[in-house]
Each structure stands twice: as structure tokens, then as C-alpha cells.
Design a protein. Sequence first.
Length: 220
Amino acid sequence: MDYDFNFAAVWRDFDLLLSGLGLGILLALISIAIGCLIGLLAAFGMLSKRRAIRWISLSYVSAIRNTPILILILFTFFALPQLGIRLGKIESFIVTLSVYAGAYLTEVFRAGLVALPKGLREAGLTIGLTEFRTKLLITIPVMLRNVLPSLSNNFISLFKDTSLAAAIAVPELTFYARKINVETFRVIETWLVASLMYVVTCYVIAAVLRQVETRLAIPR
């Protein structure tokens, strides 16, 4: 098969791809920040002594983790307005990705909390801290440092999941790549450039996060 590569159309709109890439990174950052809060609450809920709280947390994690994220995105954007909850396309995607991230981070945080020595909590209570301040100032910081590798993997995965935002016309990288593809019919060139942008970005994110892990790692 004889195919002539022509990247001119892609380079002409490369600024659109860059803006879409920037939006994707921003969506991932906001979503993992909110997801961490949700995950922490759910993780403590799963370890709670109250059966009702454990059941609610477990039900949330099971329901979200066993539902494809694309279905969650479409449900939030198209179904919630029927219930009177109206969100913009970017806001609805952030909500969906945050809830989705929270379900996976719950298990990460739960494992991190279980692995902590019991003496940490007792030490905090001994020096006069309340239960809440012990968790806030001692338990959570130590746990977060221990689960940094898993947290980094989840962030990279979330960044790649932002490509699904194109399903509801959020102008991120995949949306603009599809737009350029439809307008120019340069299928191979468009998706090749978009793929390379995802690969390079994920590599850079992984390298930065490895440096953060090294600096914050607890000495053994």
C-alpha cells in the first residue's frame, strides 16, 4: 500500500492539541485532588467500627469499580439533568472522574492505613492530641508517603482516562485530534501525533512523580 504522509494539517492546528493536552492535565489534577478526599473518607469508613458506615463505603467502592467509566460519564452528563441536577460538560466530567478516582484510591488508602504500626495512633493520643488531630497530623501524612507509588500510578491512569471526556465534547486532546481528523482526513498523522503526546506526557509525569517519591520516601 502506497501512503504519503503529510503532517502539515496537524502542525497547522498543533496549538489546539497543546491546549487540549493542558486541559487534560488540569482535569486529572483536579480530579485526583478531589478523589483523594473522597478516598480518605471512604477508607476510614471501611475501617470504621460502625457496620452501617462500613457498608456504605463498601457499596460505593463496589458500585463504582464495577461500572465502566464511560457509562458513569454519560450518566452524569445526560441522566442527572433529568433529575434536576445540571452541570456543565467540564464540571460533570470532573465530578465523574473524581468519584471514579475516589473508589480506586479508597483501596489504596485502606491498605496504607492497615499497614501502619498501631503505635502511631497511640503516640499521638499519648502526647495529648485528639483522635481527629492524630489522624490529620500523624496517620494521614505517614500513610500518604507510604502509598505514593500507587498514588502516582493512579494519577497517570486518570490522565489517560481524560481522553474519554471527548464523548461529551470536552475540548481536551482526543477531542481536538478527532476534530482535526474529521476536517483533514489525515487519520494516521493525527492519531500518531496525539498518541506521541500522550506517551511523552505520561513519561514526564512518571519521571516527576518518581523524584517526588524519592524525596518523600520514609527511610528504611
